[in-house]
Design a binder for this molecule. Sequence first.
Ligand code: FES
Ligand code: FES
Length: 158
Amino acid sequence: MVETVEVAVAVNGRPVRRRVRADQRLLDVLRDDLRLTGAKEGCGKGECGACTVLVDGQAVDSCLVMAYQADGAAVETIEGLGERALHPLQESFIEKGGVQCGICIPGMILAAKALLDQHPRPSRAEIAAALCGNLCRCTGYTPILDAVEDAAEQLEAL
Ligand code: FES
Ligand code: FES
């Protein structure tokens, strides 16, 4: 029988306390238990970034984080980002055509948010470096880089 562990986290600003299996990943708890399906399972082994969420402000692959490892942390998913109104990153991805099938986009936007929160005016090379763990099969990346640059400008003007 798999051991269970009590975990308390803040998810999108709301306290969540639940008993999780020791073998449950953060991605599983978000998607299956909390029904926050914005984070996607692509590769399941830390290579595609589709499952990216923010844990205490850092972009992480939630397929590689066990749920118990997030105990005490603040977790932010794409659902929290756009809860009241679209975030400037979301607006810019739409505006610049950085979204096609959409599978990579929640992770891409959260990885970009982690970057802009820590480094509000990154160079294009710094944006590309920050997003290098997030794969996109559709866009060719140029509109995504354009979108993050645009969002940085929008955020600076706020
Ligand atoms: S599903 Fe987590 S990195 Fe691909
Ligand atoms: S928009 Fe389809 S994988 Fe990025």
